[in-house]
Design a protein around this ligand. Structure first.
Ligand SMILES: *[C@@H]1O[C@H](CO)[C@@H](O)[C@H](O)[C@H]1NC(C)=O
Ligand SMILES: *[C@@H]1O[C@H](CO)[C@@H](O)[C@H](O)[C@H]1NC(C)=O
Ligand SMILES: *[C@@H]1O[C@H](CO)[C@@H](O)[C@H](O)[C@H]1NC(C)=O
Ligand SMILES: *[C@@H]1O[C@H](CO)[C@@H](O)[C@H](O)[C@H]1NC(C)=O
Length: 659
């Protein structure tokens, strides 16, 4: 037995050896595989969390040099720069990061048709060092070229790589330090033109971060037309890419933004010390890229958008309003005419570039005068691209803008309220302005069906009722503090006047009127209304309301009161609704106790009537919000149809009295 067991021990040729031997190829195989794997992974390191942290182009949040200095002032602070996506073109974002490389690419199809087919080639290493390629989503050849032409750039948060500090358009640049961007800016132009190129200058940062943001170029965009570029942007030196050809196309420019300039924010709207506040309404500008075309006017010569801008400037100087409501209107007054943009929808371009070119100019006379402004959308504003949210973001980036996009779960973009405060130290909220998106057209599955205007939705009713009933009651009529001791003021109020605890008066602006705007007017015996009806002004248009009544008047307006237990005839908070939409209608009619007013067209670029002057509507609120008066200012300077709608001096009438 002993021998046998010895015999059985591991020896070459023994059965046990045979058993072990059967594993050898397996072990060798595994050993070789691990060797191969480890040498492969040594040669091709898999990015560990550590390496991405140091080199990854997306991971430089930490290094972002405090976007606070220079970033958008509104609702953003120093952390915002790090949360903006770097690989998506978003000219409304307050980027503080720099660009490292630019290319101009021509594409035979839209780059959106086949994702990424037109994007320049890159390697992961290049992406890490310089950033991924980003498409500037505006076709340079729109209307002018045989194929598509796009700018691509790389953007990075890194500071240890050279960043672009200057741009120029030229056939050739002899100075040192300029790099030619690949591609020809005239590629595809018809008829053919000489090659020109985009050149850029790279600036090494030397670890320096002070003042860096002001120097580097942080965004590139395309501008159509000869108007000023969007706020914060400048035209690239060296001339236009394409010059305008009358009646065919508008000029094309490349524009850039340096640093992240913050637009001046609007001051909080407040009453003057004499208790007044003036709102001016501009309706239906119908601006286009380029100069625009005059419609239905005997003005001669007439340049649509320019002449409109010029007369609005005069009106603003005459009125000096506290707030301009570009309500009622077509991108807040913006409309891209079909002449200039016919067929664009079919191009499959989902960009809002045309909107940005027009948005850049529509509010110019208002901004030049440092007047805060608000806007609502009309039915034409997003006809080209369904891009209200983008347009709203752009408008929020403009100086003196009070625009807000409103809650995301409420239908539409731009349902918001602006609270006007007393100018005294109490800063009491004494007047409310509501803004609503009245949408565009009802969606229909039947293509042959006539387009019907849309209506205000249930979520908007709920939102309005929520917001308006949460407004705090104040002692009315409001009396400012005037710096006196509080007890004295209180004593005076008690002795002097009858006061009432109630919510402040409100007005509301939206583009498309309610169906109720066409109901019979309240009756009156006031001699100012010769017809005996509370109705003043003209109506040359057909009815402009939706064919569907969403119930906004009964469930929202007539459902939100000054005082919750207001007795038999409770007084509504909203006293006046003001609309655009109907360019030849400028009347104010009181229906069931609520005034519904129209502006009438303000623009030579919008349709109208030759013998019906372009006009704006002015609302003068006085006595700390108790009195609302209105009139229209015509292009010639005349002021017509002055009427007190609410408060002391207003006509009383059938239905509920507003006071
Ligand atoms: C950024 O900061 C510098 C120095 O603190 C200051 O001079 C500059 O005006 C600031 N820029 C902006 C846009 O706030
Ligand atoms: C930035 O804004 C957020 C929200 O608005 C705020 O909570 C935060 O404190 C701000 N941070 C700084 C540094 O101001
Ligand atoms: C109230 O004050 C404003 C601003 O000073 C002025 O424009 C307006 O004419 C004044 N209104 C009245 C009624 O005094
Ligand atoms: C209205 O307020 C209620 C209760 O506060 C809330 O549940 C609801 O979501 C609000 N609706 C809207 C549209 O804001």
């Amino acid at each position: 037995m002993r021998r046998q067991s010895a015999h059985n021990q591991l020896r070459v040729g023994s059965p046990r050896w045979g058993y072990v031997k059967s594993f050898i190829p397996f072990v060798v195989c595994i050993a070789l595989m691990s060797l191969g794997l480890s040498s492969y992974s040594l040669l091709h390191p898999v990015p560990s969390p550590v390496t991405t942290q140091q080199l990854g182009w997306q991971s430089w949040d930490v290094v972002d040099m405090g976007a606070g200095n220079g970033s958008s002032s509104k609702s953003s602070n120093s952390s915002v720069g790090s949360s903006i996506r770097l690989d998506v073109w978003d000219p409304s974002a307050a980027h503080t990061t720099g660009l490292t490389e630019i290319r101009v690419e021509h594409c035979m199809f839209s780059p959106h048709l086949l994702a990424g087919y037109c994007t320049p080639k890159s390697t992961p290493e290049e992406d890490k060092a310089k950033g991924k390629w980003v498409l500037v989503d505006v076709d340079l050849n729109k209307r002018t070229g045989l194929w598509y032409l796009y700018v691509y750039y790389r953007r990075t948060r890194r500071l240890d790589v050279p960043l672009i500090s200057d741009l120029r358009i030229a056939t050739d640049v002899s100075d040192d330090g300029w790099t030619k961007a690949h591609g020809n800016l005239h590629s595809g132009l018809y008829p053919k033109q000489d090659k020109i190129h985009l050149w850029y200058k790279l600036q090494t940062q030397d670890g320096q971060t002070e003042g860096l943001q002001q120097d580097i170029i942080t965004e590139i965009d395309v501008l159509y037309g000869d108007d000023a570029p969007f706020y914060g942007f400048h035209r690239v030196d060296g001339g236009k890419i394409v010059n305008a050809k009358a009646g065919k196309y508008e000029s094309v420019d490349l524009v850039y933004r340096r640093g992240a300039p913050a637009p001046v924010s609007a001051p909080e709207p407040r009453f003057h010390s004499n208790g007044t506040f003036k709102v001016l309404q501009i309706a239906d500008l119908h601006y286009s890229v380029g100069e625009g075309k005059c419609k239905d006017t005997d003005k001669d010569p007439c340049v649509g958008d320019k002449d409109t801008e010029e007369w609005l400037a005069r009106a603003l100087d005459a009125e000096r309003p506290d707030l301009v409501v570009c309500s009622a209107g077509h991108a807040c007054c913006l409309y891209l005419t079909t002449q200039v943009f016919s067929g664009d929808q079919l191009n499959g371009q989902k960009t809002s570039y045309n909107a940005r070119s027009v948005l850049a100019k529509f509010a110019k006379p208002v901004i030049d005068r440092k007047i805060p402004w608000a806007a609502v959308f009309g039915n034409h504003d997003s006809e080209i691209a369904d891009d209200r949210a983008e347009q709203m973001r752009a408008m929020q980036q403009m100086p003196y803008s009070l625009c807000q996009s409103g809650p995301a779960d409420v239908d539409g973009v731009g349902n918001y309220d602006i609270r006007v405060h007393s100018g005294d130290s109490s800063r009491t909220h004494i007047f409310t302005l509501f803004f609503l998106d009245s949408h565009a057209y009802q969606k229909s599955l039947l293509p042959w069906k006539k387009l019907e205007y849309d209506y205000l939705k249930q979520t908007q009713i709920d939102w309005f009722v929520n917001v308006s009933t949460s407004i705090k009651s104040i002692e009315r009529p409001f009396r400012p503090d005037g710096g006196e001791d509080i007890p004295t003021v209180w004593a005076k109020r008690r002795l002097g006047r009858q006061t009432l605890l109630a919510r402040p008066n409100a007005m509301m602006f939206f583009h498309i009127p309610l169906p109720e705007a066409y109901l019979a007017a309240d009756l009156t015996e006031d001699k100012a209304y010769a017809s005996g009806q509370l109705d003043l002004g003209s109506q040359f248009d057909k009815e402009g309301a939706s064919n569907h009544n969403g119930g906004f008047f009964t469930e929202a307006i007539k459902h939100s009161f000054e005082v919750d237990e207001g007795g038999e005839n409770p007084v509504t908070q909203v006293k006046v609704l003001s609309h655009g939409h109907c360019h030849m209608t400028d009347r104010c009619r009181r229906v069931d106790g609520v005034w519904m007013c129209f502006d009438g067209g303000s623009s030579f670029s919008g349709y109208g009537k030759a013998d019906f002057d372009r006009r704006i509507r002015v609302y003068l609120v006085s006595q700390w919000g108790e009195v609302i008066e209105t009139y229209k200012r015509l292009v010639g300077g005349d002021v017509v149809d002055r009427q007190v709608l609410v408060g002391e001096g207003a006509a009383s009438g059938w239905g509920q009295s507003p006071q």
